[in-house]
Design a protein around this ligand. Structure first.
Ligand SMILES: [Zn+2]
Length: 94
């Protein structure tokens, strides 16, 4: 199963994931926040994205994060949002 060996900030704007297959993935905090999979950000029926890019504050970043079970990360965002559970499969697909 694919899991991150390391998750850390890479500068002010990006998150670095080092996966257990040795690959490295850089994701910007803004794109991660925009792609939050929680019910407040995505319509569960239609899959339509409810959050708009212009609503995301400039300089958005993850204040911290925690692992959820063995399968996901949950971020605490600088805009106060923290309900999104990002599965490793989902993160890897971004
Ligand atoms: Zn959300």
């Amino acid at each position: 199963m694919l899991t991150p060996d390391a998750v850390r900030r890479a500068g002010d704007h990006e998150l670095l994931l080092v996966w257990n297959d040795g690959s490295r993935q850089l994701l910007t905090f803004a794109s991660l926040r925009l792609q939050c999979p929680c019910a407040g950000c995505v319509d569960e029926m239609t899959g339509a994205r409810l959050i708009r890019p212009e609503r995301i504050p400039a300089g958005i970043h993850a204040m911290d994060w925690k692992t959820v079970g063995n399968y996901a990360l949950q971020f605490r965002w600088s805009d106060g949002h923290q309900t999104g559970i990002y599965s490793y499969d989902y993160l890897r697909s971004l």
